[in-house]
Design a protein around this ligand. Structure first.
Ligand SMILES: Cc1cc2nc3c(=O)[nH]c(=O)nc-3n(C[C@H](O)[C@H](O)[C@H](O)COP(=O)(O)OP(=O)(O)OC[C@H]3O[C@@H](n4cnc5c(N)ncnc54)[C@H](O)[C@@H]3O)c2cc1C
Length: 321
């Protein structure tokens, strides 16, 4: 079924915004509960640049796009629908949330699950984006095995760099910390790193050096620091298309006294303070991996279905006998 006109919203039980691990998991749970569920998806999962998904039991190394293609097929086998496109705006009525997509089509849903993921803001050093997710990495659990024993440069732009250095130091002895802002590392930190066998170089970093398109180092005013991989602290923020329209305000996530991310507050099931609006995956838990995003989506789908069941029962009981 597709909507008739932009002026007559199509009714669905649940509209899921975002078809990543969280959104597809929520939608599949709902479709298996015989709910009319549509996933509106713009098709750019956060891990798209990576070759494979790691740390997901039973799916190790599967390319991110393939994992999601499998998820879409599973959803569609239960009657759920995936509509390609981006949600652009939303408004609430008394008993519906109406979402507008890029074509002007409106979807009137009894409940909406925002599973639109997050974006990674990288340090402002030319060339990092070109290698992001392959040899410019952020997570020792997603990429650490792939860069083990190689020359890893931690580009220190926040205090979290020291934590990251420890985790990558577990994977390689060939570790350098490049202090993009030299003031980030005080004497004690430098002394500790030196005693751990980690080389420290002062920045700022001015660009990525490549050889035949492959990252081979990071440039500073004093010369090039050779590298096979660069670890960065990306700042993770929710994709924000509908948040403001629906009155959702992301909050800071702190680690070690540093704000490392922002995420939308919700209870453990994804229920927000806004009636009929739910969040799942990285939009609500910025630091979690694919398996946790899938788990969150499954939980949210189940609780949304339970709310729908309760609403349906009340409606039946309110009808005259
Ligand atoms: C480079 C990199 C590598 C990673 N590697 C791993 C790994 O190996 N293992 C692991 O477990 N985790 C890994 N992660 C983390 C992983 O990407 C996230 O945990 C996971 O993607 C979160 O799933 P999600 O469903 O919340 O969001 P996403 O997977 O980001 O999916 C969100 C979806 O919503 C869509 N969307 C956004 N806005 C809209 C809109 N307005 N309308 C419609 N659709 C919209 C997006 O296009 C996307 O398809 C990696 C992250 C990065 C950055």
């Amino acid at each position: 079924m597709s909507p008739d006109t932009a002026h007559s919203p199509t009714s669905v039980d649940v509209l899921v915004v975002g078809g990543g691990a969280a959104g597809l998991s929520a939608a599949t749970l709902l479709a298996r509960s015989c709910r009319d569920v549509v996933v509106l998806d713009s098709g750019s999962p956060r891990n798209a640049p990576a070759d494979g998904v790691h740390a997901f039991l039973g799916h190790d190394g599967v390319p991110p796009t393939e994992l999601l293609a499998r998820g879409r097929a599973e959803l569609e086998s239960y009657g759920g629908r995936v509509v390609p496109g981006a949600a652009r705006g939303a408004r609430r009525t008394e008993d519906r949330v109406v979402v507008r997509d890029g074509t002007g089509t409106e979807w009137a849903a009894r409940h909406v699950v925002l599973a639109s993921g997050a974006v990674d803001r990288l340090p402002d050093v030319p060339g990092l984006h070109r290698h992001w997710g392959r040899t410019v990495v952020h997570c020792p659990y997603c990429h650490g095995w792939e860069v083990r024993d190689s020359r890893v440069v931690v580009l220190a732009t926040t205090p979290m760099a020291l934590h990251q250095t420890s985790l990558f130091g577990n994977l390689t002895d060939r570790l350098t910390v490049l202090a993009h802002d030299p003031a980030l590392l005080d004497g004690a930190a430098r002394d500790r790193l030196e005693r751990l066998g980690v080389e420290v170089v002062d920045g700022p970093a001015t660009g990525v050096v490549e050889c035949d398109g492959v990252l081979s180092g990071i440039e500073t005013a004093r010369g090039v620091v050779q590298a096979d991989a660069v670890a960065v602290q990306s700042f993770v923020e929710p994709q924000s298309a509908l948040l403001e329209d629906l009155g959702l305000e992301p909050v800071d996530v702190e680690a070690g006294g540093t704000v490392v991310a922002r995420q939308v507050p919700a209870d453990p099931t994804g229920r927000t303070d806004v009636p009929r609006v739910w969040v799942a995956g990285n939009v609500a838990q910025a630091m979690t991996q694919v398996v946790a995003a899938a788990a969150a989506g499954t939980m949210t789908g189940a609780v949304v279905n339970a709310d729908l069941v309760a609403e349906d029962e009340e409606a039946r009981l309110a009808r005259p006998a």
